[in-house]
Design a protein around this ligand. Structure first.
Ligand SMILES: [Zn+2]
Length: 167
């Protein structure tokens, strides 16, 4: 997204939220230009990302759909204490990564892996559910190993720190 102040092409998303909560059809993003630090707002809708294609496990292609990603995250989170904002932030981060690193298509497993990574630092139960559902794990053993690992080492909590400002 081009900076309206200096024309620089690279910006950082500093805040993401759904601008239409009932339908969740648009994601509003507050951006910061990496060159001049200028702040601006963009709105992203599903139609605009439709050109990116996702290669499914059976080899067929389907348009990239951030709503589907959000749906998967919401299903995995269930009643876990994960804010809607955090879920949208994960979707925004995934979109950002996908469009930054891929031109036209991306493997659905790759998307699943990236979502799982972000869920892992957000909520461990949601992570296990998601990774199981999207078969990021190759076997039950791997699921159990991951659970054992969680029991012995607490995961990082980045992304939740904001909920408890220290001042
Ligand atoms: Zn700029």
């Amino acid at each position: 997204m081009r900076c309206p102040y200096c024309g620089h092409y690279d910006s950082k998303v500093i805040d993401s939220r759904s601008s239409d909560r009932d339908r969740g059809s648009a994601i509003r993003r507050r951006r910061s230009c990496k060159s001049c630090d200028g702040r601006f707002t963009t709105y992203e809708r599903v139609e605009k990302t439709a050109r990116m294609m996702v290669i499914k496990k059976d080899g067929t292609r389907t348009p990239f759909d951030s709503e589907k990603i959000l749906g998967g995250i919401q299903a995995a989170c269930g009643k876990r204490p994960v804010s809607e904002e955090r879920k949208l932030e994960i979707v925004a981060e995934i979109e950002e990564q996908v469009h930054r690193e891929h031109d036209r298509e991306i493997d659905s497993l790759e998307i699943g892996r990236r979502v799982a990574m972000l869920l892992r630092v957000t909520d461990e139960v949601a992570w296990i559910r998601y990774a199981s559902e999207y078969q990021s794990f190759e076997s039950i053993d791997q699921v159990q190993e991951a659970i054992q690992e969680l029991k012995s080492t607490p995961p990082p909590v980045s992304g939740q720190n904001d909920l408890f400002p220290s001042d």
